[in-house]
Structures are given as structure tokens and as C-alpha cells.
Design a protein around this ligand. Structure first.
Ligand SMILES: Cc1cc2nc3c(=O)[nH]c(=O)nc-3n(C[C@H](O)[C@H](O)[C@H](O)COP(=O)(O)OP(=O)(O)OC[C@H]3O[C@@H](n4cnc5c(N)ncnc54)[C@H](O)[C@@H]3O)c2cc1C
Ligand code: FES
Ligand code: FES
Length: 491
């Protein structure tokens, strides 16, 4: 069986591409097959933003949801049924520039120009998300967090972001795009697994039942979500995959449900969606979430992908451990639930069986008297990997600690729960003496390695320091005290 025909809308036209290999990246398809050379390749690892394109999908209400993503680590087949724009596609037919392009020109936002198509596409997504209304400096900074410029400097580019609403947008393709996507969605037929175990395929199941059928038929196939980890296995490690099952169309895995006791986050909810849902209950965590990669990676990557990838320096797991999250694993035999800390067996080895998928992550809702905070220590604010990460959830009765859960990253072969530190906090009065003692326990609880990001000694020292910060924050009156501290050290 050949991979299915890949269909998407570009420049108002339907693109239909046959015989696209399952592991071809979107950047390869655009540049090499379709000759859209405005899209640039810089790092091929999601770090620089030169390859940024904008995608749109219809949301549950039929509206278009625009997002900037990195095409270098995105698989071509994943955009089937979507609309896509590159910097060549957004000007008007008469040659008039789009407001994002015009503002970059007027503000002198480009020198060598290599990064510019990527910046323009992040700005285009921002312009569409704001429906042409003004954006704040902060919104611009976040929207451009995945784009690097090595020569212009960011001030003119941020000026462009804040002035693009001054220019009229002459291309209004929204209604036509919505109609085209609707037509595509009607012709999206279900695929059944091939009986030939060696056949190449890119499967896009739409229900959990279809996904489990594919998984059972092809346990050796690569399961993918946003491919912000997997994409690098292809571009950097040069691995090839002929059989791919994409979980991002599965309705049950995309859903986020808010119950009385837990928020259930579908494993294929993007990091942007998942973090928004978690921050609705615990807004003090937003600065921590904004430290995760940059906006395009959070728009594509999923919470389930982060959890299953199981990197010891992954950032969501320490927090999910502290919050007492439960993983819902689905397989041919039904579902089972596992506390997240029991999922990690050894370095990059998890309890997921070959026929199973992660369906959802259940996160308990806040209780009165709760204190929750998480910190990431890295050398750069955005798009950087943690040297260490610490997350803490306390249940307090006045100043007495009724329960404590502590998650840590960058300290062991797996994301870890600091049970000795929890014991040092439990039942104690939350004061300087308790935190000093608990910090000493935490510094001794793990034996982190030394590597290019930090020495083991530094990691141990910083872990304890983070715990000691709790009192400082509580004394300042609230968790948002975080924002008042040195952002480059804290956020
Ligand atoms: C530039 C850049 C910056 C990054 N920064 C950070 C960072 O700051 N912090 C951090 O923690 N990570 C970071 N990452 C890593 C990555 O973005 C995250 O791990 C992300 O959450 C992975 O999700 P994904 O959907 O892209 O997973 P994919 O790459 O699609 O898959 C990852 C793994 O999960 C498996 N998988 C995915 N979904 C399921 C499922 N439902 N059931 C079973 N298995 C599944 C896949 O088979 C694969 O083994 C960064 C990556 C890049 C490229
Ligand atoms: S080429 Fe650098 S992010 Fe894609
Ligand atoms: S203009 Fe040269 S890298 Fe940005």
C-alpha cells in the first residue's frame, strides 16, 4: 500500500501530492518537491525558526485556528486537510505586501534576510490570531520566541510586530479557505491497516478504536504526535521510518475535559493547549510554561509526546509528578491507570506495552490551601534545555504542611519524585528551619551527572536553593512574586 495522497490548501489552491514518503519532512516537500524556496533551512532542529510556516485548521466551531510551526521537524503528511502559507503566499495578487511584510520593510526589520521569511510567518500567524488588531510588546515577544535573527537585532522586528495593524490587508482569503477545508474534511476517508506487514504507510486514524487497530496490527510502526522529538531523529540522526501512525487526528486524544476532581488532557493536545488548560487552574505556572521551548514548538509538540519520550530533562514531568498526575494507557485489552512516576522504569524505558498508547493525562484540580510552583534553570530563557527543573506541590493548613509532593528533572536517569524531601516537609511547620533542612535532604537525594549544561555539584546546589525560595515567595504574599524576581534567573 502506498502512503495516502497528501492534500492541503496553499495560496488558495488545493495541493495534492502523491507518493510522498511517510518520513518526508514538510520542509523537504515545500522546498524540494514544490519549489517554495522562500522557506529556509537553518538548523533543521526546531531551534532557529528560518523554516517557519503558518498552518490553519478549523476548530470545533468551524473557525480557522492559525499557528506558526517549524516545517523542518514536521512531517509532510501531518498537514493533510489543513491550509498552509509560506512567505510567498501572503502578498496580494497585484503584488501588494501583507501587513506583516510591509511593517518589516518600513521598520527596517531585515538585513541579510535569511531569517526574515520565518519572522514574517510568525508575524502573519499573530496578525491573523489578532484579526488585524494591535498586539502588545509582550505578545510579540512570545510570538517570536522561536525565531532567531543574527544580524538585524530584535528592536526593529518588535516594532514591526507592533505596527503591522497600521497597514491594510488586501488578501481576505478566510471564507474561501474555510470552505476549501470543509470540502477536504468530507473526503477524508478512514484507512484500514494493510495485511502486508512490510508495506510503507502513514496512518492518520481519527478515533481511538481505529488507532488501537493500527497499533495492534503494526506494533513495530513509529507512533508520532507533533514530531518535535521524532523530527530530530530523522533530520539529525538520519533514521528512516517507512511505517508511521500519527495520533494527532484522534478525537479522544485531542480532547481536554474539566471535571470536578481532575482535568483530563488528551495525550495529543498540543503543549500550548495543555499549558493553557493547566494555567486556568494555576495561573502562577504560566511563566514556567513559557520557558518550554519556543511558541512554534509548543504549537506542534504535545503533552503526551513529552511524557512518553521520557527524557530525564523533560520539563512537564516534574510538574506532573508534583501535581499527582495519573496516566491513562489504552491498549487492545482495555485501559489501565498509572501514577506518572511509576511510568518511568529506566533511562528512556517506560511501562508502555507495545500495543498500548497514552490516551490522556489526568491532573487533580487545586484544593484550598494548595501551594504549587515550578522552576526551570537553563542558560537561555527560551528554546533551551533544563539544567535542572524542580516542581513542588504542598497542601497547607496555616503554616503546617499536610502533604508534600516534589518532582525533579535533570537529576537522575528518569524524571524523579523526591520522596525523602517530601518526608522532610511532611507535618512540619513551613518556616526557614524546615526549608533549610529539606533543601539539604534534596541536595543529597540524587546524584546528578556533570555535562555541558551544568556540573553535578551545581545541580545539587541549585535544587536546594530553589526549595529555599518558597518561603521568600510566600512571604511576598503570593506565587506571582515570581515575576518580581530577576527574570533571567527565575523564569
Ligand atoms: C527546539 C526544541 C526545543 C525543545 N524544548 C523543550 C523544553 O524546553 N522542554 C522539554 O521538555 N522538551 C523540549 N523539547 C522536546 C519536545 O518538544 C517535547 O518532548 C514534546 O513535548 C514532544 O511532543 P511531540 O508531540 O512532538 O512528540 P513526538 O516527537 O511526536 O513523539 C515523541 C515520543 O512520544 C511517543 N508518543 C507521542 N504520542 C504518544 C502517545 N499518545 N502514546 C504513546 N506514545 C506517544 C512517540 O512515539 C515518540 O517516542 C524541545 C524540542 C525542540 C525541537
Ligand atoms: S530550520 Fe531552524 S527551526 Fe527549522
Ligand atoms: S536578517 Fe540576517 S539573520 Fe536576521
Amino acid at each position: 500500500m502506498s502512503p495516502p495522497i497528501l492534500r492541503f490548501v496553499q495560496r488558495g489552491q488545493l495541493q495534492a501530492c502523491a507518493e510522498v514518503p511517510p518520513d518526508r519532512t514538510l520542509l523537504e516537500l515545500l522546498r524540494e518537491d514544490l519549489h517554495c524556496t522562500a522557506v529556509k533551512e537553518g538548523c533543521a532542529s526546531g531551534d532557529c525558526g528560518a523554516c517557519t510556516v503558518t498552518l490553519a485548521e478549523r476548530d470545533a466551531h468551524g473557525r480557522l485556528r492559525y499557528q506558526a510551526i517549524n516545517s523542518c521537524i514536521r512531517l509532510a503528511h501531518s498537514v493533510d486537510g489543513m491550509a498552509l502559507w509560506t512567505a510567498e503566499d501572503i502578498g496580494a495578487a497585484d503584488g501588494a505586501l501583507h501587513p506583516a511584510q510591509r511593517a518589516m520593510l518600513e521598520c527596517h526589520g531585515s538585513q541579510c534576510g535569511f531569517c526574515t521569511p520565518g519572522f514574517v510567518m510568525s508575524l502573519f500567524a499573530l496578525h491573523r490570531q489578532h484579526r488585524g488588531d494591535p498586539v502588545t510588546r509582550d505578545e510579540a515577544l512570545h510570538a517570536l520566541s522561536g525565531n532567531l535573527c543574527r544580524c538585524t537585532g530584535y528592536r526593529p522586528i518588535l516594532d514591526a510586530a507592533q505596527t503591522m495593524h497600521h497597514w491594510p490587508e488586501s488578501t481576505q482569503d478566510e471564507a474561501a479557505t474555510r470552505a476549501q477545508l470543509e470540502v477536504l474534511s468530507h473526503s477524508d476517508a478512514a484507512q484500514a491497516p494493510d495485511t502486508d506487514p512490510a508495506a510503507a504507510f502513514y496512518a492518520r486514524p481519527r478515533t481511538l478504536a481505529e488507532l488501537l487497530t493500527w497499533r495492534a496490527a503494526h506494533p513495530q510502526a513509529l507512533l508520532v504526535a507533533g514530531t518535535t522529538d521524532v523530527g530530530l531523529w530523522i533530520t539529525k540522526l538520519q533514521r528512516r521510518y517507512a511505517q508511521i501512525i500519527d495520533v494527532t487526528r484522534v478525537a479522544e486524544l485531542r480532547r481536554i475535559e474539566r471535571g470536578d476532581a481532575v482535568v483530563t488532557i488528551g495525550a495529543a493536545a498540543t503543549l500550548t493547549e495543555a499549558f493553557d488548560a493547566l494555567a486556568e487552574d494555576r495561573p502562577q505556572l504560566m511563566p514556567f510554561f513559557e520557558r518550554f521551548a519556543g511558541r512554534p514548538v509548543r504549537n506542534a509538540g504535545t503533552l503526551g509526546g513529552n511524557v512518553v519520550n521520557g527524557s530525564p530533562i523533560g520539563d512537564s514531568m516534574p510538574l506532573l509528578i508534583a501535581l499527582g498526575a495519573t496516566l491513562v494507557l489504552a491498549g487492545a485489552q482495555g485501559e489501565r491507570r498509572l501514577p506518572i512516576e511509576d511510568f518511568y522504569l529506566a533511562y528512556r524505558k517506560t511501562a508502555l506495552a507495545p500495543d498500548e498508547v497514552l490516551r490522556a493525562i489526568e491532573v487533580p484540580r487545586p484544593q484550598p490551601g494548595e501551594y504549587v510552583q515550578a522552576w526551570k534553570i537553563s542558560k537561555r530563557l527560551e528554546d533551551d534545555i533544563s539544567a535542572v527543573c524542580l516542581a513542588l506541590a504542598l497542601q497547607l493548613d496555616g503554616d503546617r504542611v499536610l502533604s508534600a509532593r516534589v518532582g525533579a528533572g535533570g537529576v537522575a536517569a528518569v524524571p524523579a519524585r523526591a520522596v525523602k524531601t517530601e518526608a522532610a516537609l511532611l507535618g512540619q511547620t513551613l518556616d526557614a528551619a524546615t526549608l533549610d533542612a529539606a533543601a539539604e535532604v534534596l541536595r543529597g537525594e540524587f546524584t546528578p551527572i556533570s555535562d555541558m549544561r551544568a556540573s553535578g555539584d551545581y545541580r545539587r546546589q541549585v535544587l536546594g536553593n530553589l526549595l529555599q525560595r518558597v518561603l521568600d515567595e510566600l512571604q511576598r504574599g503570593a506565587e506571582p512574586a515570581l515575576a518580581a524576581l530577576q527574570p533571567e534567573l527565575v523564569r
